[in-house]
Design a protein around this ligand. Structure first.
Ligand SMILES: N[C@@H](CCC(=O)N[C@@H](CS)C(=O)NCC(=O)O)C(=O)O
Length: 219
């Protein structure tokens, strides 16, 4: 059976596995407690970041690469349009933009806002990361004016990639999503597979509930 190590971006992997109906188990990794206290996980990923998967003899990191591996290995699946499909270029672009453009940049804004010493919260690099996120988000907004999902009419793994990034930005990055993005996240997160993934990822579920309560308190 496939083992997924860690939530965080591991939520993408769990959501994909739920969409595809593939058996797995989640092995929690507590980064806040200190990964050095988890030698079993460090044996899987010596670099100590999450997520990782183990599937038989295969060990992998990088959430987008893991999703591509799972869809290629256990597909075909409509979550990954084939190369000759008209939806393929947008699918491929937004699958990667969700991490390389959005999550990777807002991750550093989240770190600065929530964990940096107060004097460093507004530092130059955090500002640059925010700028990169905002700029790439413009491409998502433009695409959502054309179609309900990022690759067109049908939900794909690109939507798993980008939804995770938007939720991270909203819950911990202080980003207020526009109407199009809010409606989009409401659409993608209404899926049964998303709800099952949330039940598996209890850390993510608690974090989402806390962020929701905070935003209501602030509003
Ligand atoms: N590009 C990687 C990013 C992985 C990543 O940064 N994960 C975060 C948590 S979601 C982490 O483990 N951070 C701690 C660290 O990098 O040491 C992916 O998509 O999997």
């Amino acid at each position: 059976m496939i083992t997924v190590f860690g939530e965080g971006r591991g939520f993408r992997v769990v959501w994909l596995l739920e969409e595809m109906g593939i058996a797995y188990r989640l092995r929690p990794v507590d980064l806040l407690a200190g990964v050095e206290k988890d030698p079993e996980f460090l044996a899987i990923n010596p670099a100590g970041f999450i997520p990782a998967i183990v599937d038989g003899d295969v060990t992998m990191v990088e959430s987008i690469a893991i999703m591509e591996y799972l869809m290629a290995r256990y597909g075909p699946t409509p979550l990954a349009p084939a190369p000759h499909d008209l939806a393929f270029p947008a699918y491929q672009q937004f699958l990667h933009l969700g991490e390389a453009g959005l999550a990777a940049s807002i991750f550093f804004v989240v770190g600065a806002r929530n964990f940096a010493p107060p004097a460093q919260r507004q530092n130059w690099s955090a500002g640059q990361a925010q700028h990169v996120f905002d700029n790439r988000l413009g491409l998502v907004t433009r695409q959502l004016a054309r179609s309900p999902y990022l690759a067109g009419e049908a939900f794909t793994a690109a939507d798993i990639s980008v939804t995770y990034a938007l939720e991270l930005a909203k819950r911990a990055g202080g980003v207020v999503l526009g109407k199009a993005e809010q409606d989009y996240v409401a659409r993608t997160s209404a899926r049964e597979a998303y709800k099952r993934a949330m039940e598996t990822c209890q850390g993510t579920k608690a974090w989402a509930a806390e962020a929701e309560a905070k935003s209501k308190g602030a509003g």
